[in-house]
Design a protein around this ligand. Structure first.
Ligand SMILES: *[C@@H]1O[C@H](CO)[C@@H](O)[C@H](O)[C@H]1NC(C)=O
Ligand SMILES: *[C@@H]1O[C@H](CO)[C@@H](O)[C@H](O)[C@H]1NC(C)=O
Length: 446
């Protein structure tokens, strides 16, 4: 009887207030390897040179310490997902380090200046990166921790090149011991201390300052990209649960209802990257469009600019998912400057979306097609004057369908970018009433 209130309190504090995500992004393990193979060299180039503070021990002062890290194959980096500890494990083998240093030896009246170069292998560096989260006001953002960090190196495998002009053997041997002992241990300790600290402080600092809580969609409309929970490390893939509430800056975030459950991974999907969109997304988008004063979108077709206005006072927008389609009730006014010609309609459309894999210019294209269209009302606008033709809506419907197919719903081409030079190898886009699913597999271009 005593346990219940505690469970309830815990429940209120964590699980029970947590919203389901409306948007889940999945990354499968093969992608990690593709990214590794593509960016390994440049990442190592950027991270490969470290400096360390000067230090002194006994009679020796080490200054101008430069550490160079090299590794000749991406295959040396092995990344794995550990679903038990919710962490990503990484191990890198066969790393070579070269430590260059200037030194000063001073004992009594003897002073020697020189430099040294110690070079050898780090047999293995292993770390585990725990996926964590932090509350930031009304948002949850990702954080990381490095609970385990291991570095294995054997000082006796290191080679030393030492300049020690006019040194007697005893001094030279003292300096050699310092370089292969004290200096290497210092480097090891620094790395062991700095890597987890850097990940925690710098990594989390960057996440806290730069992780986008929200993202602009169109005009004043934004989507919440904050998380609903920490990134989930599953067996063979990562699941990133995003809030997905659509809102306007003017009205702020309003949740039109709870987000229903949906799958967060599809093992049958051809996509190594997958996205799941809850029907909540369609609901929150409709809600947002209905609370706007007006949404104005400009599109171009041939020589004409079309201005599409969605005004909630003309009728309520409703968007929902259906099997293999999106169903939308919309009341758009579409006009072009030319002769102030246009249409104003109230319509229920069922639109299917198909994905076409890319070509030399495009990553991929999304092809919308109107499968069904019912007109509730129709006005033709000539010279800015609306003419009510609702009576003839059955005659007009096929023309409206053609017009919408070609002008308002053009194929959306997603161009290739230098930032992500990808070739799509397989893809999937499917809809059902509860959720939509998108999957894509790709290779990096050479
Ligand atoms: C981790 O994945 C394995 C294999 O799919 C599964 O048997 C196990 O229950 C999972 N553990 C957790 C904590 O999810
Ligand atoms: C347009 O015409 C239809 C059918 O004649 C009618 O029901 C409707 O009320 C008219 N709408 C307006 C805004 O006049």
């Amino acid at each position: 009887m005593k346990i219940l209130p505690i469970v309830l309190a815990l429940c209120l504090a964590i699980a029970c207030v947590a919203e389901n995500p409306a948007l889940v992004a999945v990354i499968e393990e093969p992608i990690i390897n593709k990214v590794r193979d593509k960016y390994f060299e440049s990442a190592l180039g950027a991270l490969g040179t470290l400096t360390m503070p000067d230090f002194e021990e006994g009679a020796i002062t080490a200054t101008n310490i430069r550490v160079q890290i090299s590794n000749d194959s991406p295959q040396n980096l092995v990344v794995g997902f550990d679903n038990e500890s919710n962490s990503i494990k990484a191990e890198i083998k066969n790393t070579n380090i070269k430590v260059q240093v200037d030194y000063k030896y001073k004992a009594g009246l003897v002073t020697v200046n020189g430099d040294a170069d110690v070079q050898g292998p780090i047999d293995s560096v292993a770390l585990s990166l725990l996926m964590d989260k932090m509350e930031d006001g009304e948002f949850i953002i990702p954080q990381i921790a490095v609970p385990d960090f291991d570095l294995e190196m054997d000082n006796s495998k290191f080679d030393l090149k030492l300049t020690c002009k006019g040194c007697i053997k005893a001094v030279e041997s003292l300096i050699a011991t310092f370089m292969k002992g004290t200096l290497l241990n210092q480097v090891k300790d620094q790395v062991k201390e700095q890597v987890p600290t850097m990940a925690n402080e710098i990594g989390n600092g960057i996440l806290a300052s730069s992780y986008p809580r929200t993202f602009p969609l169109l005009e004043d409309i934004r989507i919440v990209t904050a998380l609903t929970d920490a990134i989930n490390v599953a067996d063979g893939h990562l699941e990133i649960p995003l809030d997905g509430t659509v809102y306007t800056e003017e009205k702020g975030i309003v949740r039109p209802g709870p987000t229903p459950d949906m799958p967060r991974y599809n093992p049958e999907s051809p996509g190594e990257a997958q996205m799941f969109f809850s029907s909540y997304l369609a609901q929150t988008l409709s809600h947002t469009l209905n609370t706007l004063n007006k949404l104005v979108i400009k599109t171009r077709f041939l020589l004409f600019t079309f201005v599409t206005t969605i005004d909630p006072s003309k009728g309520k927008t409703a968007i929902s998912f259906d099997n293999n389609a999106i169903v939308a009730t919309i009341y758009p006014k579409i006009v072009t400057k030319y002769l102030k010609l246009g249409v104003e309609l109230g319509t229920v459309v069922k639109v299917s979306l198909k994905i076409k894999n890319g070509d030399s210019q495009n990553l991929l294209s999304v092809v919308p097609k109107i499968k069904k269209l019912n007109l509730n009302s129709f006005k033709l606008i000539v010279l800015g004057i609306p003419i009510n033709l609702s009576l003839f809506k059955f005659l007009i419907t096929p023309f409206v369908r053609l017009f919408l197919n070609f002008i308002v719903l053009p194929t959306i081409e997603i161009p290739k970018s230098d930032l992500l030079p990808l070739t799509v190898t397989d893809s999937l886009l499917s809809f059902n009433k509860q959720y939509a699913e998108f999957g894509i597999s790709f290779d990096f271009e050479e």
